[in-house]
Design a binder for this molecule. Sequence first.
Ligand SMILES: NC(=O)c1ccc[n+]([C@@H]2O[C@H](COP(=O)([O-])OP(=O)(O)OC[C@H]3O[C@@H](n4cnc5c(N)ncnc54)[C@H](O)[C@@H]3O)[C@@H](O)[C@H]2O)c1
Length: 372
Amino acid sequence: MAVGTVLITGGTGYIGSFTSLALLEHGYDVVIVDNLYNSSKVALDRIELICGRRPEFYKVDITDEEALSKVFEKHPSIDSVIHFAALKAVGESGEIPLEYYRVNVGGSISLLRAMSKNNVTNIVFSSSATVYGDATRFENMIPIPEHCPIGPTNTYGRTKAMIEDVITDHVKAQRSNLQKAGKPFEQWNGALLRYFNPCGAHPSGIMGEDPQGVPYNLLPLMGKVATGDREKLLVFGDDYPSRDGTAIRDYIHVVDLAKGHLVALNYLRENKPGVKAWNLGSGRGSTVYEMIKAFNAVIGRELKYEVVARRQGDVLDLTANPTLANEELKWKTEIPMEQACEDLWRWVNNNPQGYRQDPPPELLAAVKGPKA
Ligand SMILES: NC(=O)c1ccc[n+]([C@@H]2O[C@H](COP(=O)([O-])OP(=O)(O)OC[C@H]3O[C@@H](n4cnc5c(N)ncnc54)[C@H](O)[C@@H]3O)[C@@H](O)[C@H]2O)c1
């Protein structure tokens, strides 16, 4: 018997696929909805290859409340949702803000309405450290704790902060309305997971990030330069007041991040806390130059890079204070960024076409090996 059944929106995407894998490995049944805007169904095959179990999949747009409702009706055992589906490119969000508000905020409202209609009452939400904005505007807020005031500096971040509010208000209202009616209310809960910089790939080398367009995050970009797909890396600003002039981020391995979702979901189901926010980060900040150095050490050569102007909306330092998640969720990162660089390289070097190619037979044999 499954521990429970979870709907994962955006579950064929990067973080969603690793979280689906973690849940399946821990006895949950998984139902994915995704419109495949930025992902591929091949992720489902890779999940199955690694853990021997396959999520159910529906091609559904998150803004389609009726279609979401049908999925819930078809799977009455679903009691929780992990919500990843979103548009996520910071630069693009400033160019087409209405699309970002429509999909991210509008889609979350459709989801919450469909959940309410079908009595699905736990939601774990993919928020982002971006909601804090520039935490250096305050004293003593680096590393960033959850009580740091919210103040996003771009449209994408504002959609995330807004969805946090929508979830908080809705869960509170559901609880209070049910309580007033003398009905059980504690089943309504929300986890707002503020991730720092997710990176890395599965250690098997057959599953990783496979963005459909040009990636904008440092690690996938380093991968593209290393495989020769891109000529050089752009370093956005070397005049920050950091130890080497480049911006500081807290890189978290996607396998650690996926486990963070599993423990947050279990926490909601066991402790019924209402809505709570947790930072998911390592607490260790690395500069862009430190990441380039770590990646160079893995590939055994020097990546070509060019320093250009700072990117608008970028901030000096996003390093997590993960104490709350360490203590309450009994979760902490276990995989250092050096390992994330190694895993990323194994993935991109062996699969330069991402999910549009088969992995090398020796990697597949190694995955299938122990189960045979
Ligand atoms: N990767 C990061 O650096 C990072 C950092 C903080 C937060 N997040 C958040 O985590 C979540 C997952 O990010 P990811 O890196 O895995 O991105 P991703 O693009 O790989 O995954 C998002 C998934 O949502 C799907 N999707 C997009 N629009 C949809 C729609 N209208 N209907 C249904 N599905 C739709 C995409 O096809 C994709 O599979 C996002 O909400 C993102 O904002 C990501």
